[in-house]
Write a protein that binds this ligand. Structure first.
Ligand SMILES: [Zn+2]
Length: 244
């Protein structure tokens, strides 16, 4: 880990100077775009990983701060939503374990502070924290010699869904990469998508961001019928009230 990170720091300057010529693979290193993945995005900052809560929430601290709970920040992964561990939703544990493996190399992290270095990119626009005062960000980590975008990896494995309560917080190229990752997971029916019937009927409204079951309160008696697949294709997400 330390080795890779110091290598990353050495080549960061070079990375920044090339930034303008790099296409989207530069801005969104991932498991599948191996050509350019050895350094984190120029907009990211290093943090020390303290703990992993679940598939999309971790605790971190700035490297210049000393160890200690009072210096730790809760981070909610931007642009994705993983199944809830507390509610024992399917694939919640798999999502957490995938996160642990990427970030620590093991699903059994050491006791106390984990100590791995992660790189975090803040939202492209809008607030840097959510309504629960959690920092929002895209997380990158050095893994097997590549810089991996953890948010995208969870999407690609079918262990997270695209989730954007506030528009435009993902940069356009990152947004496209996340959409592609989810499409790939749906196409291969990975994890949570293995449980999704894309032909099932759901209901949508003209300006809504979610698709619903027929009786959902958010439809207020209205809504147009369509399939889950077509709603997902339009970038809509399952309603968090009716769990369509
Ligand atoms: Zn609903």
């Amino acid at each position: 880990m330390g080795c890779r990170n110091s290598k990353a720091a050495d080549t960061k300057e070079n990375h920044e100077s090339q930034d303008h010529q790099q296409s989207r693979s530069a801005a969104t290193p991932s498991l599948t775009t191996k050509a350019f993945t050895s350094v984190p995005p120029a907009t990211s900052q290093p943090y020390i990983l303290c703990a992993v809560y679940d598939g999309d929430t971790i605790r971190v601290r700035r490297p210049q701060e000393p160890k200690g709970r009072e210096h730790e920040l809760r981070l909610r992964f931007l642009g994705i939503d993983t199944p809830e561990l507390k509610e024992q939703e399917p694939f919640a544990l798999e999502a957490k374990n995938h996160l642990l493996e990427l970030l620590t190399g093991s699903i059994h992290p050491p006791k106390g502070e984990i100590g791995a270095t992660v790189f975090i990119t803040p939202p492209a626009t809008g607030s840097a924290v959510d309504k629960y005062d959690r920092m929002l960000g895209i997380v990158y980590v050095a893994h097997e010699g590549s810089m991996v975008c953890v948010n995208e990896s969870l999407l690609r494995k079918g262990l997270a869904r695209l989730y954007e309560p506030t528009p435009n917080q993902l940069a356009p190229d990152v947004h496209r990469a996340f959409e592609d990752a989810q499409k790939d997971a749906r196409k291969h029916k990975r994890a949570i998508w293995s449980l999704t019937d894309e032909k099932a009927t759901v209901y949508t409204t003209t300006n809504g961001k979610a698709y619903h079951l027929k009786d959902c309160e958010h439809l207020r008696g209205g809504g147009r019928a369509g399939t889950v697949g077509s709603a997902l294709d339009r970038g809509l997400a399952a309603c968090r009230t009716c769990h369509a």
